[in-house]
Every structure is written in structure tokens, then in C-alpha cells.
Design a binder for this molecule. Structure first.
Ligand code: F6P
Length: 324
């Protein structure tokens, strides 16, 4: 392998820059050329490549987002689009690449590998923590800390006005951010797609909470939860059926995707970047780097995209006990 490329793809996540830096610096250390591909697969199709050296990634370890830009690319889903991408890689003399992204980005990488045999290693970058083969995805820890900080602030005002707040958090169709944030921020209830509490039980729980002397309440709701149609419907339902509460809704939104990565995400990104390049140099391909029991492990990309990480049942129990 003489020339390796790196790209970020799909929804951005804090820590992606730290991973780009790690890939580029590992290439410099191993004395192989490194190309940055801008705008994900879109840039691959258009040949948006820039040679990077160790100094190209100065001062980015602490930056949120991705300096390489990201895109969700429709054209890469077509055989014609992937053919164009292959032609561009070949023309630039790129032998293999590292893709930093979520399951959609990995699905594309795997199809591309099977069609053209270009070795690829994936680094899981998404705040949702929903990828099989790793206990933590890049950005999850940072997003979680952002959510907890936001809920702490909401708690101040909730408590001053004795209000009930529904706080919607991201996570697509899984509840990892919600469950962990609920425990860390001391929420009264956490609604996640993996465990349907039901509207009746939510009311009972809120009644109990009021009776037990709590004057304000925070309910964390994962965006994928199906207890109500959405947080606004939950608000209406509680206002109608439990008028003792003055209810407000806060949808945290894309604030969760930004910000400087935590130390945990920076360290994880650095370890994953090194492991990804080393794996390619060892002739490995179509695998994703993950962290399990604090060790770097490799999982076939096809397995990584097939299943989600399971929700932590022990944490659900802890959450239930804490809401007494
Ligand atoms: O996958 C990351 C994520 O932030 C999800 O939590 C959320 O559902 C989705 O992306 C939002 O996507 P977009 O940025 O395209 O609105």
C-alpha cells in the first residue's frame, strides 16, 4: 500500500476530526501517502481529493464537526455512481481508504468493496451509539455530555416554576443517548424505543412522583420512542389527563451533534485511527474498528451494519431504581 485515503460520511459527530488527524498522522508515521477526500462519497465520485501530511491536521483534535465536510450521497447508491468513484480513486493512485461514519456509510463501503475490491476499514462515527461491534461510537460521549449539561439547565428553570418538562433527545431509532442522559441528569422518567412504558404507566409514574413530594419533573424522551406520536402529543396528553402539572417541551435538536469532543472521544478517535491504518497495512479489509472491554477489535462491516448494539438492561434497572 502506497496511498491511503480518508473521508467522513453521513451525519457528522464530535471526534471525527480527531479520527481524521489520527489516520493522517499514522500514514505519516508509516511513511505512506495520505489523501483527504472532501464531502464524503460525493467528493469521491467527483475526485475532490487533497494530499494531506502530518501538518495538514494541526489544531483540529479539539474541533467539532468535520473539516473534510460530510454528505449523505444518493449517487453512491447507484452502480454508475460507484463506478465513477472507483475511476477517480484509480486515477489518483489510491489503494485503500478509511471511512469514518455510521451504518449508511458502511453499507456503501461494503458494496463498493465487493464490487471493486478496494480495501476499506470503517471507523464508527455517530452520536447514536447504534453500531454493532463497538461499545462506543465516536461522538456518543460528547453528545451525552451536551445533553446532560442542557438538562441540568432545564432542571433549574423546571424547579423554579415547579414544571414538568419533556426533553426530546436524538438517537434515531435507539435509546442510548436518552437512557444514559436520563440516569446522568436524574430524570424522573426516560422513554426509549427499546422499552414501551405506555401512556397509562407514564401517568401513574408522574402521579406517584408528585405524591412523593417532587415538585418538578424531567422526562427524557428518545426521538425514536413510540409512547406518544411525539413529545408535543405527550405534553397534550398529560395536560389533559393530569392537570396538576404545568408542562413544557424542549427539543434539543442539532446542538447535540456539535461541540468540542470530550477527552474520551479524542482518545477513542486516536486509537481507532491508528488501528484502522495498521489494519489496512496488514492486508485486512471490509472491517470496522471498535472498542470492546477497552480493547481495539475488528468486526466485519456486514455484521456491524446488520445489528444494533443492545440497550443496557442493567442501566434500565438502575434508572428504574433511581426514579423512586
Ligand atoms: O445519526 C445521527 C443523527 O443526529 C440522529 O440522531 C438523528 O435522527 C439524525 O442524525 C438527524 O439527521 P439530520 O442531521 O439529517 O437531520
Amino acid at each position: 500500500i502506497k496511498k491511503l485515503a480518508v473521508l467522513t460520511s453521513g451525519g457528522d459527530s464530535p471526534g471525527m476530526n480527531a479520527a481524521v488527524r489520527a489516520v493522517v498522522r499514522t500514514c505519516a508515521f508509516m511513511e505512506i501517502e495520505c489523501m483527504a477526500i472532501y464531502r464524503g462519497y460525493e467528493g469521491m465520485i467527483e475526485g475532490d481529493f487533497v494530499p494531506f501530511n502530518a501538518r495538514s491536521v494541526n489544531n483540529i483534535i479539539n474541533k467539532g464537526g468535520t473539516i473534510l465536510k460530510s454528505a449523505r450521497c444518493e449517487e453512491f447508491r447507484t452502480p454508475e455512481g460507484r463506478q465513477k468513484a472507483y475511476d477517480q480513486l484509480k486515477a489518483a493512485g489510491i489503494d485503500c481508504f478509511v471511512v469514518i461514519g455510521g451504518d449508511g456509510s458502511f453499507r456503501g463501503a461494503s458494496i463498493f468493496y465487493k464490487e471493486f475490491g478496494i480495501p476499506v476499514i470503517g471507523i464508527p462515527g455517530t452520536i447514536d451509539n447504534d453500531i454493532f461491534g463497538t461499545q462506543f461510537t465516536l461522538g456518543f460521549d460528547t453528545a451525552l455530555n451536551t445533553v446532560v449539561e442542557a438538562i441540568d439547565k432545564i432542571r433549574d428553570t423546571a424547579s423554579s416554576h415547579s414544571r414538568l418538562f419533556f426533553v426530546e433527545v436524538m438517537g434515531r431509532d435507539v435509546g442510548h443517548i436518552a437512557l444514559n442522559a436520563g440516569v446522568a441528569a436524574g430524570a424522573e422518567e426516560t422513554l426509549i424505543p427499546e422499552q414501551n412504558l405506555g401512556l397509562e404507566r407514564l401517568l401513574d409514574s408522574l402521579k406517584r412522583s408528585k405524591k412523593s413530594g417532587k415538585s418538578s419533573s424531567i422526562v427524557v424522551v428518545a426521538e425514536g420512542d413510540k409512547t406518544g406520536k411525539n413529545v408535543f402529543e405527550l405534553k397534550e396528553y398529560v395536560e389533559k389527563n393530569l392537570p396538576i402539572y404545568d408542562v413544557r417541551v424542549s427539543v434539543l435538536g442539532h446542538i447535540q451533534r456539535g461541540g468540542s469532543p470530550t477527552a474520551f472521544d479524542r482518545v477513542l478517535a486516536s486509537r481507532m485511527g491508528v488501528k484502522a491504518v495498521e489494519s489496512l497495512l496488514e492486508g485486512k479489509a471490509n472491517l470496522m474498528v471498535g472498542i470492546v472491554a477497552n480493547e481495539m477489535v475488528l468486526t466485519p462491516i456486514d455484521d456491524a451494519v446488520k445489528g444494533h448494539t443492545k440497550i443496557d438492561r442493567e442501566l434500565i434497572r438502575v434508572s428504574d431504581i433511581m426514579t423512586i
